[in-house]
Design a protein around this ligand. Structure first.
Ligand code: HEM
Length: 510
């Protein structure tokens, strides 16, 4: 008996420990938000959340109101659904809400990248190259690469005025991905290729290969992030990661011309900190993902909305023509290619509004922070709650504000001028319960983790639409075809993708 007692005790303790870890003993404490653990131990509501986050969160919101805690795969997430209360989360000190710990775990799992201690500082230091003066250079690089991909056949037999057919999603994503990649990671050198034309051709072929592989990884991504890949898919994800680490390696990148300062600095800082080169290669892939996974799909939605709303297309086209005229540029057979500078892109309020509206309708990141200590949390209406150390606090702006009919009337409609005042200036006044909503749309996130590429991404989208309008006729093959539905598996990761493509045709205007 004396021998069995410790064994039984050990079994009992580990069983209780297991139940504790599965969340069986957690109860809502006074002043805590409503708690819903679901019926499956540890997983909680993870399956419902994964299969359709929007439906799940709307259901929870109807049941509990605008703050509640749910169990998702071993973690307790407190969702705040009141946009007027977002400021308290976004601006809270790092000592209370931390973004980096969660992000480090995710990138280790999804990209095999193990972060530096002061990882975020390195990123912040390099981000200046995506803003301000740095953006002038980036815009120019993007322009040259867009021209190489979209306009290289002008004046050739191949470039004559026949309709080309493609899936709109495939076409837009392909062009934006490849031009963005070349603008950031550099071009093939004339020295190696023998001539400028050959180097440009190499860029076109090589970026196409990269895009095709990227799309394979992209389609695995949501299930990879949720760690639910089948063994075969896991092998494929490993193959793809290795391929990208190799294609984007520091060794290869340093041989390129025109590598952006953003990429250069990121790599350089890591090298200085003594990071192993193979880990730097992994980081290069992480940056490719962050920088190229969203802009392409966004450009698809933007072009599609413009085609589906002739009044919007007309207004944007007139604006494009006006800007060209003001800079004495004209698209004409045999004439020089137009040069779109950052200054020109700052004179397009209508296009700006159309871009913002596109992002409002289709960008749906979940913003997450780790709760670092037991603390009080005050909602905008004065209600106070306590939050527990080790839980996570989350915002899903897509439902909480972007689709709120009080903030944005007829929220499912594309209104190209939603973000314009009657006098044509940018509109930033939106209200809920009579109060001004500061975070009225949040495609870029907010606070410390806000997207540093937002100015560059907006420029990329505008440059692409500008060139499409200036150089091409384009229309849907079947103008009656409905806008394809959204692929529900991607909620929470950024820009949504369509469940299937839609065919369109395009041809050079001369
Ligand atoms: C339409 C295009 C884009 C959208 C909608 C978008 C959206 C976002 C969002 C929502 C986040 C924050 C995620 C979070 O808080 O957890 C983010 C982060 C980030 N984005 Fe973007 N992004 C876009 C394009 C770009 C581009 C073009 C670049 C770079 C050139 C870029 C670089 C990054 C980086 C490096 C981060 C991580 C920031 C950090 O950890 O602090 N993004 N993006």
């Amino acid at each position: 008996m004396s021998l069995w007692l410790p064994v039984l005790l050990a079994l009992l303790i580990s069983a209780l420990g297991g139940l504790y870890l599965l969340g069986a003993f957690r109860r809502r404490r006074p002043k805590e938000p409503p708690l819903d653990k679901g019926h499956i131990p540890w997983l909680g509501h993870a399956l419902d959340f994964r299969s359709n986050s929007v439906e799940f969160l709307q259901k929870m919101q109807r049941k509990y109101g605008d703050i509640f805690t749910v169990l998702l795969g071993g973690y307790y997430f407190t969702f705040v659904m009141d946009p007027l209360s977002f400021g308290s989360i976004v601006k809270e000190a790092k000592s209370n809400f931390d973004f980096t710990h969660f992000a480090k775990q995710l990138v280790a799992r999804v990209f095999g990248y193990h972060s530096l201690e002061d990882e975020h500082k390195v990123l912040e230091t390099s981000n200046k190259h995506l803003m301000g003066d740095g953006l002038v250079i980036m815009t120019q690089a993007m322009m040259e690469n867009l021209q190489n991909l979209m306009l290289h056949s002008i004046g050739t037999v191949k470039g004559q005025k026949e309709w080309q057919y493609d899936g709109l999603f495939h076409y837009s994503y392909n062009i934006l991905f490849r031009a963005g990649y070349l603008a950031l990671y550099g071009n093939e050198t004339v020295r190696r290729m023998g001539s400028k034309e050959k180097a440009k051709e190499f860029d076109r072929v090589h970026s196409e290969e990269l895009f095709n592989e990227f799309r394979k990884y992209d389609s695995l991504f949501p299930r990879l992030a949720y760690a639910v890949l089948s063994p075969k898919e896991k092998l494929e994800a490993e193959r793809l990661k290795n391929l990208f680490w190799n294609m984007l390696s520091v060794e290869k990148t340093t041989q390129k011309d025109n590598v952006s300062r953003w990429i250069f600095d990121q790599q350089h800082f890591r090298q200085e900190q003594g990071m192993a080169e193979y880990m730097q290669d992994r980081y290069m892939f992480l940056l490719l993902w962050a920088s190229q996974g969203n802009t392409g799909p966004a450009s698809y939605w933007l072009l599609l909305f413009l085609m589906k709303h002739p009044e919007a297309l007309k207004a944007v086209k007139e604006e494009v023509e006006k800007v060209l005229k003001e800079t004495n540029q004209e698209v004409k057979p045999g004439g020089p290619l137009i040069n779109l500078t950052r200054d020109m892109l700052m004179k397009t309020p209508i296009l700006d509004s159309a871009v913002e509206e596109t992002l409002r309708l289709n960008t749906a990141p979940v913003l997450i922070r780790g709760i670092m200590q037991d603390m009080d949390f005050k909602m905008a209406d004065g209600r106070e709650y306590t939050l527990r150390k080790g839980d996570r606090i989350a915002i899903f702006p897509y439902i909480a504000v972007q689709m709120d009919p009080e903030v944005h009337p007829e929220p499912h409609q594309f209104k190209y001028d939603r973000f314009l005042n009657p006098d044509g200036t940018k509109k930033a006044d939106f209200y809920k319960n009579g109060k001004k909503v500061k975070y009225f749309t949040m495609p870029w996130g907010a606070g410390l983790s806000m997207c540093p590429g937002r100015f560059f991404a907006t420029n990329e989208l505008k440059q692409f639409v500008f060139l499409m309008l200036a150089y091409f006729d384009f229309e849907l093959v079947n103008v009656e075809e409905d806008i394809p539905p959204i692929d529900q598996s991607r909620w929470g990761f950024g820009i949504m993708q369509p469940a299937h493509d839609i065919q369109f045709k395009y041809r050079l205007r001369f």
